[in-house]
Design a protein around this ligand. Structure first.
Ligand SMILES: Nc1ncnc2c1ncn2[C@@H]1O[C@H](COP(=O)(O)OP(=O)(O)O)[C@@H](O)[C@H]1O
Ligand SMILES: [Mg+2]
Length: 408
């Protein structure tokens, strides 16, 4: 794992101000003190209102700055795991039982996020993470262990996710980050969908608001967990259809109606999920100025191809060639398209997405572990294709027409 290269730029943006050009749109904070009350539920207690209540009720350990300095070897630059809009994330060590800082290399590994900017916005995002991750527990949400709130210091201590972010696996080139195989992409998509479905469930009713590849972390078995709850917000309550906010999120992932009106619903997250699915299908970033002109915005560029089985190969990541059938790729593309519907009412809810993705799972490897060499499948597919004919095969591996004519 290395340092995340893309730096998020925070910038002000109002609703109806769709002309922003920063990567990161950030304005209001999380209004924790002003949001309407949480639904009563057994799994999620009422959201505490005051800062003191949030910190007290969170079941998290409170760390001192001195402890976290020790745990991270004084925030050594070579132990940076990643960087985001909030700050840098460092590798650290704590004792498994007492949770006290441990000598590097002993105890358990943790990830320590340190706010590197002043101001209310940073504090609000820090508090939002403590608020939500301090209460919510789910196999597809990253576990928050504790926090530090001392003078101007704001830090968060999470379970360490050994395979880092999905962003690194999809977009970083290099020997450490092998391209993810199709089966792993489907596994990650399902895990992340389950995390969002849990957040949207009637008991939880939380809108995540910043669903993107850098916020999806992977454990050693490629189980996906959502992290970074800095922008999360209580969903609408009672008969309200949406929460009104100023626009926050990341350019390229935010739903069009949210950008235009500031009206936030769970369907805004579904749109962002569609963007991430498209990134997984294509291996391209949501916004990529390095692509040829006309292809900078992934959704705009890809949409016309996704609706047509004979054209989707133009969008598919060529590092997946031969790994999966056109049928499956088309099913995923169709699901992504539904999530990306311009009208939010036509988007599926996350439970439907989970069900659809469950049908698209395929075994990962012969030993029950994960496939470390995604291209194993390619060579197998190629060997098989030598004696396959279009007639006898219902699910041809997808490939560019020159390599393998489509038979579907
Ligand atoms: N628990 C963790 N384990 C491993 N890497 C992490 C962990 N948390 C964050 N990271 C790395 O740090 C990056 C930024 O973390 P994130 O929580 O998204 O910060 P920000 O709030 O600044 O966006 C992630 O994309 C990931 O690469
Ligand atoms: Mg982030």
């Amino acid at each position: 794992m290395g340092v995340c290269l893309s730096i998020q730029i925070k910038a002000e943006s109002s609703p109806c101000n769709a002309g922003f050009n920063s990567n990161y749109v950030s304005t209001d904070g999380n209004d924790l003190s002003t949001t309407s009350s949480k639904p009563s539920s057994v799994s999620v207690p009422q959201t505490p209102r005051s800062e003191g209540e949030i910190l007290e009720s969170s079941n998290l350990r409170s760390f001192s700055m001195a402890e976290l300095k020790m745990a991270t070897r004084n925030f050594r630059p070579d132990s940076v795991l990643g960087e985001g809009g909030f700050g840098s994330v460092y590798k650290g060590w704590i004792d498994e039982h007492s949770l006290a800082a441990a000598k590097p290399g002993t105890g358990i590994v943790v990830a320590v996020k340190r706010l590197n900017q002043d101001g209310l916005q940073g504090h609000k995002e820090w508090l939002a993470e403590v608020n939500y991750l301090g209460l919510l527990s789910h196999p597809h949400l990253v576990k928050l262990i504790g926090y530090c709130f001392e003078d101007e210091h704001r830090l968060l201590v999470y379970e360490f996710m050994p395979r880092g972010s999905l962003e690194n696996h999809l977009f970083r080139r290099g020997s450490y980050f092998q391209p993810l195989s199709w089966s792993l992409r489907m596994k990650v998509a399902l895990g992340a969908a389950k995390g969002l479905a849990f957040l949207h469930s009637a008991e939880t009713k939380v809108i995540y608001r910043d669903f993107k590849t850098s916020n999806i972390l992977l454990d050693s078995n490629y189980n996906a967990k959502l992290s970074d709850f800095g922008l999360a917000k209580d969903g609408p309550t009672g008969d309200k259809s949406h929460v009104s906010t100023r626009v926050m999120g990341t350019y390229g992932y935010a739903a069009p109606e949210y950008l235009a009106t500031g009206h936030l619903t769970a369907k805004s997250d579904v749109y962002s999920f569609g963007v991430v699915m498209l990134e997984m299908l294509s291996g391209r970033r949501a916004i990529d100025k390095n692509q040829p002109s006309g292809q900078h915005n992934l959704v705009e560029w890809a949409k016309p191809y996704l609706a047509n089985k004979r054209k989707i190969f133009r969008v598919l990541d060529n590092r997946l060639e031969g790994q999966r059938s056109v049928e499956d790729a088309y099913k995923v593309a169709t699901l992504a398209m539904r999530c990306l519907s311009t009208e939010s009412k036509f988007r599926p809810n996350m439970d439907e997405v989970v069900t659809a993705l469950e049908r698209l799972q395929i075994p990962i490897n012969v030993n029950g572990g994960v496939n470390q060499s995604p291209f194993d499948n390619v060579s197998r597919a190629r060997r098989r294709s030598a004696d396959d004919t279009c007639k006898g095969r219902t699910t041809p591996p997808f490939a560019r027409p020159s390599a393998s004519p489509l038979c579907a």
